[in-house]
Design a binder for this molecule. Sequence first.
Ligand code: DUC
Ligand code: ZN
Ligand code: ZN
Ligand code: ZN
Length: 486
Amino acid sequence: MSKVIKGGTVVTADREWKADVLIEGETITQVGADLKGDEYIDAEGAYVIPGGIDPHTHLEMPFMGTTAAETFETGTWAAAAGGTTMLIDFCLPGEDGSIKNAINEWHRKSAPQICADIGYHMAITGWNENIFDEMKVAVDMGVNSFKHFMAYKGALMVEDDEMFASFQRCRELGALPMVHAENGDLVDLMQKKLLADGMTGPEAHAYSRPPEFEGEAANRAITIADAAGTPLYIVHVSCEQSHEAIRRARQKGMRIYGEPLIQFLTLDESEYFNKDWDHAARRVMSPPFRNKDHQASLWAGLQSGSLQVVATDHAAFSTEQKRLGVDDFTKIPNGSNGVEERLAVLWTEGVETGRLTPSEFVAATSSNVAKILNIYPKKGAIVEGADADIVVWDPKITKTISASNHHSILDYNVFDGFEVKAQSRYTLSRGEVIWAWGQNSQPQPGRGRFVPRPPFSSAAKALSHWKALNSPRSITRDPMNIPAGI
Ligand code: DUC
Ligand code: ZN
Ligand code: ZN
Ligand code: ZN
């Protein structure tokens, strides 16, 4: 059975043009004019884009004494409704500290539930010789990126020497290191000080994690990546300070990637002040929302290319869970929603305002993610041979975001009341229509697949590029004794 997506404007990260898309089985087999098939999907008046890939979610994640409420089933359904066909979820070691067991546990939880495809990043929450071997096991199991928390002291935080060792191991394995960049020691200190001063409410969360702490950690992580000779991916970039560190490093020739969140681009710190407790606590995440100057910096980064992708850090905790911190802001589970809203909000605030072109929108929501995480062009492309993960994106469907019409399990939505100016008319995952506007039927749980992401062959070459540039970096240019010519 073949299908043709008919009459739309195909938008890729490179260009837009009028074309039909032929799908046979799970795969795109032709893109061109007047294609014929057994079935037709109407794309008149709409854009035909690669399915969104959210590079950062936390479904059913045990965290801060509770477990994120969004399930793999509701999370992937919400994603599909919003035009996202793949999530990369963060896998966290359990009490035994084993990476391999953690990946198997994530498979056990996700496999029967996922409605669309999934991949994982692995979190490194400590360092020992076992982990050195287990990182290889993770790469062999299709997990080629490792996140390091520079915050959450006493829980997930790793020290600089551990990060350095892990980054070096990433380099050997062809894996991509990632960081949550916030100075965990200083956050811990500020939290204690604020509590001692009697500040227990959610607004203190924002005061405890200022942009300077994020900028310091971003600079430190970049230095460590430089010394280890690896590229680096900085998750949830919220402010000018970390963006500036990324810009500066990139200008020196380093491969540093920055990921702003849709929340940071569109919601600001006023959400924490002079609001009812629940309203503010629902928006407590780390890093916190910033002011409008930081938002402007992030938009400029997307426009200029110094920031490459837009994610959500979707970590959904119910109002009841948020109330665990009713007497102490440090106990409010950190996280907010966005997996269903990311594309529509970015379109509305990015493309409709003229900040981004449709191609730049596709790059930030899909193609750049696939390239940086090494699944391109299987994902993130509309090209012969790619998986048919495609969205018929309709710029004429408007919607007011609300917990009453979303697909998340949450009892609220941080984008509540937001008027979005586009929606998915159809979402296809490997050739199957899993969402159709107006029908609201749930895709089959368990039909999604884990997508292994192979190691990079090019990771070790990052340093030679800098050598060629004769970079004026202050550290030894060849800290790893890499033989000439690599
Ligand atoms: N930040 C959050 O807000 N939630 C999950 C983890 C994180 O780093
Ligand atoms: Zn984080
Ligand atoms: Zn409110
Ligand atoms: Zn996260």
